[in-house]
Write a protein that binds this ligand. Structure first.
Ligand code: 3HC
Ligand code: NAI
Length: 697
């Protein structure tokens, strides 16, 4: 008797109930249980079989933890074929998320009913594979090729009413999946409904698959699985019969299963779930959160306030003057209107937020009752300390006092007030109501429940929260400073910003570093360079002046229409600014540097190696607890290609010894910049990987 599939007879209907929490993943025991259930139902003379899931969902897919391990019988494709071939009438009742193999099981049943809140999807491409249990063959037979390609190549979740209109579901009904499933199976039996196997349906009409393949490949920025899925759907149309199409699907599935992209994407899937699980927070209760305060309503403060309001929190926003407060309100209103336009917020809710849930203030007394305050004022230690002194005086006991500083020393801020243990960094990314990453920066004195509250806020706002320690730039911006410097060095040595941007977008980054600078504003980097030079920089640091010259001429990137690129009004992508190369050439000449040719491959290799080396220092120093924390930071805050899993997964996949060899070679020319991270040296010496460290922690 299977533990995970409960078998029950209700008259002439055999009921197979999955009970494999949390998501009824189709692991080997579930597959065996389903097979045994079908066989028993047939042997016992049942007339129909109902398959449904107990708990929160129908099957959410194959068990991803089994990937990469030796397969165990029955395989999911064979199980699906067996279900479909049953002479009994097989019905599935869906709730929660019927995804991947879960939907493939449903598609091999003869009828499908679902509750209205159910969602279906084939998200395999997001794991670097394609549906491998007939999904690419059965879905297009049911929906036609275009709708199936849309679902399979994007992996999007489709709500039950839409799935009904697409023909994937036969019926949508409010209720308990078991009850609606039983009633439906009974009705089908009473009406003598025929067995209806999707594999017997005619092959769908073809489209121009080469064009579809090219379009999907381009959209995926180098991600292979969506494009390969197009070829599998093509086989549904063109193969001799259903079995031949399935064989082609299997072949493509197995190829992808061994790919680095599959490894990277599955690493990303588990890393983003592991990132908020910190041993230090086990059993630690966060403090309650109802109302929050935000100080400073500029770019970041307005974004943070928007995110909080959208998540249902009340916000008190404090600015320096009534005029500044109104300007902040206008920014928030514009952000909220964007949410209305995108269908994320109703216009009634928009009005309610602005009228009732956002309070503007210029007096600190307005913050006396809030549960948590996030300061987003100018990036200046003296100003931040003044703000925290006022908070120390007015906030209630137990209020969490957070700073959104990008680089400043949070220990110094915390040490300047009487309640250091309530101080934490909550480092949002711009635009804060859109970007998913939140660095929860833990200072020396921060209390565990304050850290837990930071994570709880992140969850409430729908963010992916990463724990970081205090240093210049925390995890993300510290690593960014290093790989950005590497890009600047390559420019001095002969590469152009445009070649570098192109090489890195070809590698899979959402944007290249120079286009990113234009987007963020060149004045930010300029201010940092001036600060570092004023503080007295090590003479071995390679500096350059061409970017300063752009700023001195008033060119700050997109916001002024000119930076590394020229931006037409309303355009986000720019054309190379012809003033840039002469500035670079002048800089090279002044430094006596003869430019050399870089291949795109070398550009990527140096940039990635600089990133990995700094990331290894960040982990080695305990700023990030685990390599996966770095990976998630870069994935969610810096446009790192997800299919590489993050920089440290990339390093594992490319071999740590080779990375270290490159660093040692390049250090012959620039020993100051290319100092190997001790952790990297240690891992290479021990023959271990970053993933080994992830598993230990
Ligand atoms: N296999 C193994 N474990 C899984 C899993 C799966 N398919 N899906 C989720 N889990 C685990 C998670 O790792 C997590 O474990 P943890 O508690 O130890 O961290 C737990 O289940 C709960 O998951 P979430 O935290 O993600 O819960 P949510 O409620 O936020 O989301 C979900 C639920 C929408 C089902 C989401 O987990 C999800 O998207 N899962 C992946 C679905 C998927 O990709 N399915 C296709 C698999 S590939 C396949 O089917 C191949 C086939 O074609 C042959
Ligand atoms: P900004 O200049 O757009 O906004 C700062 C706001 O703070 C202004 O509206 C100003 O009126 C207000 N302000 C200044 N002093 C104040 C005070 N004493 N009391 C109340 N309000 C005051 O700056 P931005 O970009 O929003 O940055 C804010 C903070 O967020 C900085 O610490 C910055 O480093 C950090 N940050 C910025 C990011 C970005 O991309 N812009 C990303 C992540 C963090």
């Amino acid at each position: 008797m299977s533990q995970v599939i409960r078998y029950e007879r209700i008259d002439d209907i055999a009921v197979l109930a999955a009970q494999n929490p949390p998501v009824n993943a189709l692991g080997v025991d579930v597959r065996r249980g389903l097979l045994a259930g079908i066989e028993r139902a047939e042997a016992e003379g049942a007339r129909a079989v109902l398959i449904y899931g107990e708990g929160r969902t129908f099957f959410a897919g194959a068990d991803i933890r089994e990937f990469g391990k030796p397969p165990q019988d029955p395989w999911l494709p064979a199980l699906c074929d067996r279900i479909e071939a049953s002479p009994l009438l097989v019905v599935s009742a869906l709730h929660g998320t019927a995804l991947g193999g879960g939907l493939e099981v449903a598609l091999s049943c003869h009828y499908r009913i679902a509750v209205p809140s159910a969602k279906i999807g084939l998200p395999e491409v997001n794991l670097g594979i394609i549906p491998g249990a007939g999904g690419t063959q059965r879905l297009p037979r049911v929906t036609g090729v275009e709708a199936a390609l849309d679902m399979i190549t994007t992996g999007r979740h489709v709500r039950a009413p839409e799935a009904l209109s697409m023909g994937v579901l036969d019926c949508v009904k409010e209720g308990d999946p078991r009850e609606i499933g039983l009633a439906y199976a009974r009705e089908l039996l009473d009406n003598n409904a025929p067995r209806r196997a999707v594999c017997d349906m005619p092959a769908p009409a073809p489209i121009d698959f080469d064009a579809a393949y090219d379009a999907v490949l381009k959209k995926g920025r180098g991600q292979l699985s969506p494009a390969v899925a197009v070829r599998a759907v093509q086989a549904a149309c063109e193969a001799d019969d259903f079995a031949a199409g399935q064989a082609r699907e299997r072949e493509l599935f197995m190829e992808l299963m061994t790919s680095d992209q599959r490894k990277g994407l599955i690493h990303a899937f588990f890393a983003e779930r592991a990132v908020s699980k910190l041993p230090e927070l086990q059993g630690v209760e966060p403090r309650p959160l109802h109302q929050i305060g935000v100080i400073g309503g500029g770019t970041m403060g307005a974004g943070i306030a928007t995110a909080a309001l959208l998540a249902g929190l009340d916000v008190v926003l404090l600015e320096m003057s009534p005029e500044a407060a109104h300007a902040a309100r206008d920014r928030i209103a514009a952000n909220l209107s964007g949410a209305v336009k995108r269908g994320k917020l109703s216009s009634d809710a928009h009005d309610d937020i602005l009228q009732n849930r956002l309070t503007l203030a210029t007096d600190y007394d307005a913050l006396s009752h809030v549960d948590l305050v996030i300061e987003a004022v100018f990036e200046d230690m003296a100003v931040k300390k003044q703000v925290f002194a006022r908070l120390d005086a007015v906030c209630k006991d137990g209020a969490v006092l957070a700073t959104n500083t990008s680089y400043l020393d949070i220990n110094e801020i915390a040490g300047s007030i009487s309640r250091s243990s309530d101080v934490v960094g909550l480092h949002f990314f711009s635009p804060a109501h859109v970007m998913k990453l939140l660095e929860v920066v833990v200072a020396d004195q921060t209390a565990p429940e304050v850290v837990a509250t930071g994570f709880a806020l992140g969850k409430r706002l729908g963010k992916v929260s990463v724990r970081a320690g205090v240093c210049d730039g925390f995890i993300g911006n510290r690593i960014l400073s290093t790989y950005r410097a590497c890009a600047d060095h390559m420019v001095l040595d002969g590469a152009s910003p445009y070649q570098i941007d192109k090489a890195l977008t070809d590698f899979g980054f959402a944007m290249g570093p120079f286009a990113v600078s234009d987007l963020a504003g060149l004045d930010i980097g300029w201010a940092t360079r001036k600060r570092k030079r004023a503080a007295g920089q090590d003479p071995r640091v390679r500096d350059s002046s061409y970017a300063d010259k752009l700023c001195e001429a008033g060119h700050f990137g997109q916001k002024t229409g000119k930076g590394y690129y020229l931006y037409e009004k309303g355009q986000r992508a720019g054309l190379p600014n012809p003033e840039v190369m002469p500035l670079i050439e002048a800089d090279r000449a002044a430094q006596g540097l003869a430019p050399r040719v870089f291949t795109d491959e070398e550009i990527v290799r140096r940039y990635m190696t600089a990133m990995v080396n700094e990331a290894a220092k960040v982990v080695g120093e305990g700023i990030a607890r685990r390599p996966l924390d770095v990976d998630v930071t870069l994935l969610y805050g810096y446009g790192f290609p997800r299919y590489w899993g993050g920089p440290l997964k990339w390093a594992d996949l490319n071999g740590l010894a080779d990375v270290l060899t490159d660093i040692r070679n390049w250090s012959e020319d620039d020993a100051y910049f290319w100092q190997p991270a001790p952790l990297l040296e240690q891992l290479v010496a021990e023959g271990r990987s970053f993933d080994d460290l992830n598993k230990e922690n």
